[in-house]
Design a protein around this ligand. Structure first.
Ligand SMILES: NC(=O)c1ccc[n+]([C@@H]2O[C@H](COP(=O)([O-])OP(=O)(O)OC[C@H]3O[C@@H](n4cnc5c(N)ncnc54)[C@H](OP(=O)(O)O)[C@@H]3O)[C@@H](O)[C@H]2O)c1
Length: 301
């Protein structure tokens, strides 16, 4: 999607973002506005993506140049307990968006996850690896990918992992932001139990939003892995959070195993991502997770 250089409103590129109250959506809105886009953000009250007519109407009325869907249910245990509701929001909703954007030839960005993989590979998953999800969340997100590709050839599927960003609002988003939860718990407790054998590629929503903006400007459709560079265990991630926030002397971190936690949904153990596709379209992978975490903590003060 080549960006129009004229700045008058009539000629501005328009982007429609579903799930606009969410953590990533907040940074997408800022990045796209800063770049000159006219941003139309719609939350669940304006458009519930599980209602096809509502999705059709908003797309046809606004006629955007680009659509991004960030709407999701992603509490893993609640997803496993509610497969029908999860399938509706995470897969059927995106199928409606893909269908109606596809009919009008509008490019569509569907956010996805490294949780489409099994998580038993202690090295990087690239875009060429074969998905095999192990919980309802992963299954529904993979279905969304299939529907997106089926209905709209102008698709970008962006798989990411373990987001942290300033738009996390505990009152709105139950799923949470690990960094802010750790900061809160560290101020209330003398000891924290954190998993040592779950390995992640943590991602700052600001960096993800900027990278999505770069990708859509290339017109190179397809599936992309976008995370901050490198990987870490939840335990080491927590240590770094506390060190950067100058809280490491106030709280003791006790390492525990993933298997020690009794949880409904299975967690993929290794969700380490790397992109082979980004460099092939001339886009640099986002900075290291350590630099991103430091920038994020500066941002939230
Ligand atoms: N967070 C992560 O760690 C992570 C990791 C990998 C991939 N991702 C993917 O990245 C994307 C964005 O994640 P996020 O963490 O920014 O999401 P989020 O903060 O949980 O926001 C999701 C938004 O979706 C909205 N929503 C739920 N049901 C809806 C419906 N039926 N119709 C319309 N909107 C609905 C919610 O609205 P209400 O607030 O009104 O309920 C919420 O504002 C998702 O596709 C997710 O799968 C996230």
């Amino acid at each position: 999607m080549k960006k129009n250089t004229k700045s008058n409103v009539a000629n501005r590129q328009k982007v429609l973002i579903f799930g606009s109250r969410g953590m990533l959506a907040g940074d997408l809105i800022v990045s796209f506005k800063k770049d000159g886009f006219l941003v139309i953000g719609v939350d669940k009250d304006v458009c519930d993506i599980t209602k096809e007519e509502s999705v059709r109407l908003i797309i046809n009325q606004t006629k955007p140049n680009l659509i991004i869907n960030t709407a999701v249910l992603q509490n893993l245990d609640e997803c496993d307990n509610n497969p029908v509701a999860t399938m509706m929001v995470n897969a059927i909703g995106p199928s409606f968006i893909a269908k109606h954007s596809g009919k009008l030839g509008i490019p569509f960005v569907q956010l996805s996850t490294i949780y489409v993989f099994e998580g038993n590979k202690p090295s990087y998953y690239t875009e060429d690896d074969r998905p095999n999800p192990v919980n309802v969340y992963g299954i529904t997100k993979l279905n969304a990918e299939y529907f997106t590709k089926l209905y709209n050839p102008k698709n970008y599927i962006i798989r990411t992992n373990f987001l942290f960003g300033k738009n996390y609002n505990p009152k709105i988003t139950k799923t949470g932001n690990f960094v802010q939860r750790i900061l809160l718990l560290a101020r209330q407790n003398s000891e924290l139990k954190v998993v040592t054998d779950q390995i992640i590629s943590a991602t700052y929503t600001k960096d993800l939003a900027e990278t999505i903006l770069k990708i859509v400007k290339t017109d190179k459709y397809g599936t992309y892995h976008v995370t901050n560079s490198g990987h870490t265990s939840l335990y080491d991630f927590t240590k770094k959070i506390l060190e950067l926030a100058k809280l490491k002397n106030q709280v003791n971190i006790k390492g525990v195993k993933l298997a020690d936690f009794s949880q409904t949904a299975k967690r993929p153990q290794y969700t380490i991502a790397r992109s082979v596709k980004l460099s092939s379209i001339g886009i640099k992978a986002p900075r290291s997770w350590q630099d991103a975490l430091s920038a994020y903590l500066d941002e939230i003060g």
